[in-house]
Design a protein around this ligand. Sequence first.
Ligand SMILES: NC(=O)c1ccc[n+]([C@@H]2O[C@H](COP(=O)([O-])OP(=O)(O)OC[C@H]3O[C@@H](n4cnc5c(N)ncnc54)[C@H](O)[C@@H]3O)[C@@H](O)[C@H]2O)c1
Ligand SMILES: [Fe+2]
Length: 470
Amino acid sequence: MSVSRIRRHAQGVSLLKPFPFGRFEEGECVILENNLERVKSGDCQAMNSNIFTESSPISCLPGSVGSPSGIPNERATRVPADCMETAAALGPITLLQPGKIFFGNGSVATLAAELAARDVRKVLLVTSPGVIKSCSDVLSKLEDAGVCTRVYAEINAEPTVQMFEACLRVAREQPLDGIVGLGGGSPMDVAKLVAALATGTQSVRDVFGINLLHGRRLFLACLPTTSGTGSEVSPNAILLDESCQLKKGVISPHLVPDVACVDPLLTCSVPPAITAATGLDALTHCIEAYANRFAHPTVDLYALQGIRLISQNLLAAIADGRDTTARANLALGSLYGGLCLGPVNTAAVHALAYPLGGEFHIAHGISNAVLLPHVLRFNLPAMPERYAHIAVALGAQSARSPAATAERGIERLDYLMARCPMQRRISEFNVPQEALPRLAKAAMTVTRLLKNNPRTLTEQDALQIYHAAW
Ligand SMILES: NC(=O)c1ccc[n+]([C@@H]2O[C@H](COP(=O)([O-])OP(=O)(O)OC[C@H]3O[C@@H](n4cnc5c(N)ncnc54)[C@H](O)[C@@H]3O)[C@@H](O)[C@H]2O)c1
Ligand SMILES: [Fe+2]
């Protein structure tokens, strides 16, 4: 790391009072007058002609944007090229997480004890018909702990506003201390919204968007049974608004559950096709959070480790649902993906996936998976270094350049998805080619995610991506 005081002129830059060691190279990343820039050839000459040999008296953390000695502006801080985007994002960030996260086989019992300890005695358990059959153990653990549980098991995949409102009516029929969401993202998202809206006067259509929810009075716990959406730790809830056939999100800190309980054993009954779709959703959360305009080191850790865990364990869990090691690793990867969603969130893959779910009811994980490699190819030139890191986390070998390594990452993804029991082309879901312009138009409305995408995406770009995936 070297630090120099430099100033940019019309002709290039000059060092005012140099403290460098080592040479600046063209293309290298520096923090120059508080902006992150790449060294141009003219800059490079000017900097290197002023090199001193002694060490810098100023020490600076890699990627630090701050001014350790209080010297404002006029400084160039060398930044490892692969940290360029991270350094750019070293701004303030807020990490919102549940007050408690229980993780591990058998942790349902810990959750039941927690509810009893908090005097949460009357709960509505919101779940799916397919889940309650395989997770009856959760009910008996709650009952053993003295928690009186009413079950609402009507939340099918990809919930609509209507499904949510039916559940809300049931919640309002009785005095409750809390809501428990049990299942994949569908019942967990409904449970989160019911907990927030059961006691207030806001309607769900009032709160679609960011930070519109006034609060939440009911206790909220979520237990994922897929790996997965990460909804158990995220501030998001997604519903299909039938009035416009669009999937819409409520994003609010009040939707982060009080307690998340990730018991990987609950996922052992997930059939192979759903394991694949949900696993690829979790992988997409991690990839889109790492290659993101708002990527941040506090989230990068989760994102990269999530990519490693999911890519190394997905096929094993598909092949044998009772492989408890693979299930536990996938559950952890999915949790990490969820922890990326609040502070950084996803980008163009999810933005383009929503209209596929909204109009054609393609499951969320599949909608993402069919688009993932195509969006990555489009985005790659904007952040080759970051996509190279992703590639290595996916198990690719490094190549001669970050861009070439990143390409290998996309090949790894193709390899992984080719072994998943799922269709890989949009046309296989009865989506006519004539629908693609309509989908592209709808995708452009998902601005809350498109703004995160590493590369600006126009409606024409979206259309080309849909064609490539069709
Ligand atoms: N809130 C968030 O942060 C967030 C993030 C991503 C996606 N989502 C939303 O979550 C929803 C998708 O959730 P999902 O992908 O988890 O799927 P899901 O909840 O829709 O479940 C898919 C299917 O799997 C079955 N299933 C679930 N667990 C099972 C188990 N243990 N054994 C057997 N069957 C089981 C369900 O019954 C259902 O038929 C979408 O609406 C999506 O938009 C939310
Ligand atoms: Fe997702």
